[in-house]
Design a binder for this molecule. Structure first.
Ligand code: ATP
Length: 330
């Protein structure tokens, strides 16, 4: 029996995202409050199907959510199938760290996408994280190496692949400083219920670098204010940890939701303002997810989330109810 290893990693939302001014190295320092959501990317590693040709890591991508594919939120054609794919880069980082070279292996990565592509939900980063975890186990199970890399080692390898990759390896809820890669997990008591949100992807993607560039352009001419400080408000963390009545807790969390990329994302895609203005029973707050264009609706309950999802689908709009953080283990 040939060995197959599957691992999952979650998409994310940013409940808070403050962006500092661009540095000389081109990076933006951030203060982020990440939460995983219950949309999981799955990467399965198996024996390569491209032996004999130069590429020793082959990639296939599919979306099990046919509805999402039909909505345009899953634009399979825009996902690279070569070394530009973040899953490839994740796999390669593990292979390198094990002292191997890409010619030493023959792997196939099968990616099942549940997170919208270029949606501001870190789908590619989740693919990188899932591929790292899967290849790490695969190399040991197939006897290529004796010992798996530690979790800490994987985290170190993840940061250079992209600011969101370390979080995708960990999941849960975390404060992210630096470029988002310096993580401090926020521990919540078991008794605390996850938040319920409805994610509404757009039928187009937004490039994260373009949204940051629009922020820089706008700040230079005074269209957008500079951030006051790069800190996740303590009051937001307290609200998350609060054991108060669910609705009081959700309303308190909603007071602090903020995203410096919302205005530039809306400037690049003005139709997002229409989605943000959707009214429905149970919506506590609506906000742009990360660099957009996915819009997140924070709901008062799971029931309201499912009702909004159904109402939007009846209107021909793709929507998906999620929990944050994800309770599904991965
Ligand atoms: P983030 O919020 O982390 O900035 P995103 O969720 O907006 O990212 P992704 O879906 O991660 O966007 O991908 C953005 C671009 O990265 C895609 O348009 C594609 O060209 C490229 N890409 C590379 N690898 C992948 C992958 N495995 N899945 C999707 N896109 C990928």
């Amino acid at each position: 029996m040939s060995v197959q290893v599957s691992k999952t990693a979650p998409g994310k939302i940013n409940l808070f995202f403050a962006v500092g001014d661009v540095q000389e190295n081109g990076y933006h320092p951030v203060a982020s409050l990440y939460s995983s959501v219950s949309l999981l990317e799955k990467v399965t590693v198996s024996e390569g199907i491209s032996q004999g040709i130069s590429q020793s890591i082959s990639i296939a991508v599919e979306s099990p959510l046919a509805e999402m594919a039909a909505s345009g939120a899953f634009d399979i054609a825009s996902v690279p199938l070569d070394e530009k794919n973040l899953a490839y880069r994740g796999a390669l980082a593990v292979i390198d760290a094990q002292g191997l070279s890409v010619e030493d292996v023959s792997l196939h990565l099968h990616i099942e996408k549940a997170v919208p592509v270029a949606g501001g939900m870190g789908g590619g980063s989740a693919d990188a994280a899932a591929a790292m975890a899967a290849v790490n186990e695969y190399l040991v199970r197939t006897g290529v190496v004796a010992t798996e890399l530690s979790g800490e080692h994987l985290l170190e390898l993840a940061a250079p692949l992209g600011a969101d990759v370390p979080f995708a390896l960990q999941g849960g809820i975390s404060v992210g400083l630096g470029v988002g890669d310096q993580l401090t997990p926020v521990e919540l008591s078991e008794a605390i219920q996850p938040l319920h949100l409805v994610m509404v992807p757009a039928s187009f993607g937004l490039s994260t670098p373009h949204v940051f560039a629009e922020l820089d352009r706008g700040r230079a001419v005074g269209d957008y204010p500079s951030t006051n400080g790069l800190e996740v408000p303590e009051a937001l963390l307290e609200a998350l940890r609060a054991q108060s009545a669910p609705i009081a807790r959700i309303c308190e969390i909603a007071r602090y939701i903020e995203n410096d990329l919302a205005a530039p994302a809306c400037a690049l895609a003005p139709e997002l303002k229409k989605t943000l203005a959707i009214q429905h029973e149970g919506i506590i707050s609506s906000f742009v997810s990360g660099s957009g264009p996915t819009i997140a609706f924070l709901m008062d309950s799971a029931e309201s989330a499912h009702q909004l999802e159904a109402a939007l689908k009846r209107k021909g709009r793709f929507a998906v109810a999620v929990e944050a953080p994800s309770r599904i283990s991965f």
